[in-house]
Design a protein around this ligand. Structure first.
Ligand code: ADP
Length: 402
């Protein structure tokens, strides 16, 4: 079985072709700057060689057509014809309350994704375009939607409701949805495999620390709480996002700065977080370097970043009633050993001990706590594309059996 994973963005198409028997990526790539005169396709063939094809790609349909041409290209392709692809798995950011699991796409599902698009106007319409383009180009292949929000649909109302008048939930579906679900699910499953335990008996705290960042409390394989909310703005301090703040600051700023809501939204999403506090960069590597050189605002940004992560891990330990493991993933979680060290510092009272030597790894599956640590600490590189491929393959297999 071979599955094509597609992540369609506003001006990009990311793709990976998986052979499911050995979870091997046969080919992958990105189309970038769709609709722009400098658009190009970067394609990695089965030998690992990467080629760049620069040509005008006016829209996503042309982009996808180019991808399919290169996947089946006699020299750079991985398959001889589209017949060798079993199904296509699409990343869809928001499933609202409508989608509680990955779903085989039909007209009703397309309507449903459209209906919840107002909750993710920057993402869902582009994900839908990807689905429509594939339907047009390869109508005979089944397609599956894998939603970022689905993993968190198991949260109890006590965790997902905001204490606003109830009618806002009824009228506008304002509630916590959570994001990065595919990543949190993937690392939870991998953690169970690596720990040699059943996911159904584990309590995990999964920390996806990238440019966008979120932490999830996972009990028996189910998300019970997560730091992102109605949008990905809630929760941790991120590269450029502010994360949690007193909501009263919003009307106060609108009034005193005399700015409109869209401008403040932009400030909170793109001019805040590590970048907003340091005034330097959204990249934690730059912040660390500047802090080490004595830059006080970089040091403050770093201290705030760590403090917020520790606060969430602490609250999830309480909610879960302890944890079997804490898992770090994504850019920072996978690569920055000193940040992991700082997050887990001074936890002897909880009997959490980091093994300094093991913690030196980058982008590798490894337990970084000592053998006598009561809570294991793991680094597990995320793989959202593989998770989408697996969800797609499982659904196709189930449908075939039914
Ligand atoms: P995104 O959320 O955009 O996918 P990433 O998961 O790549 O972002 O995370 C970006 C962050 O991860 C940056 O702040 C950077 O400091 C850190 N990071 C990414 N790659 C590395 C690396 N190879 N070494 C150290 N830090 C890294």
């Amino acid at each position: 079985m071979q599955i094509l994973v597609v992540n369609n963005g506003s001006s990009s198409i990311k793709y990976q072709l998986y052979r499911m028997s050995d979870r091997q990526v046969l080919a992958k790539g990105t189309v970038e700057r769709v609709g722009n005169s400098s658009s190009f396709l970067k394609h990695q063939d089965p030998t690992g060689e990467t080629i760049t094809i620069t040509q005008v790609i006016p829209d996503h349909k042309h982009g996808m057509k180019l991808v399919l041409d290169y996947l089946t290209d006699p020299q750079y392709g991985a398959i001889q014809s589209m017949n060798e692809i079993t199904a296509i798995g699409h990343r869809v950011v928001h499933g609202g309350e409508l989608f509680k699991e990955s779903t085989l796409i039909d007209d009703n599902v397309i309507e449903g994704i459209q209906a919840v698009s107002q909750l993710a106007p920057l993402h869902n319409p582009h994900n839908l375009t990807g689905i429509k383009v594939c339907t047009e180009l390869i109508p005979e292949k089944p397609q599956v939607a894998v939603f970022d929000t689905v993993f968190h649909q198991t949260m109890d109302a006590s965790a997902f409701m905001y204490a606003l008048p109830y009618r806002y939930y009824q009228d506008y579906k304002i509630r916590k949805y959570g994001f990065h679900g595919t990543s949190h699910k993937y690392v939870s499953q991998r953690a169970a495999e690596l720990m040699g335990k059943s996911l159904s008996e584990l309590k995990l705290i999964t920390c996806h620390l990238g440019n966008g960042a979120s932490i999830t409390a996972v009990k028996n394989g189910k998300s019970v709480d997560t730091s992102m909310g109605f949008t990905p703005l809630e929760g941790l301090m991120m590269g450029t996002r502010c994360g949690d703040l007193d909501p009263a600051i919003i009307p106060y700023l609108l009034k005193t700065e005399k700015i409109d809501p869209a401008s403040l939204d932009r400030i909170m999403n793109y001019e805040s977080g590590l970048y907003g506090i340091s005034g330097l960069s959204n990249d934690l590597r730059d912040i660390e370097k500047a802090a080490a050189e004595g830059n006080q605002r970089a040091q403050l940004a770093l201290d705030m970043y760590i403090h917020r992560i520790r606060k969430y891990i602490g609250s999830y330990l309480f909610i879960l009633g302890g944890a079997d493991a804490i898992v770090f993933t994504a850019g920072v979680g996978e690569n920055q050993s000193n940040i992991r060290q700082k997050i887990c510092a001074d936890l002897q009272w909880l009997n959490i001990h980091i093994d300094q030597e093991s913690n030196q790894i980058r982008s590798e599956e490894k337990c970084i706590s000592t053998k006598d640590s009561s809570i294991e600490v793991w680094v597990i590189p995320t793989n959202e594309e593989l998770m989408i491929a697996e969800e797609t393959a499982n659904l196709i297999a189930e449908t075939a059996l039914a």
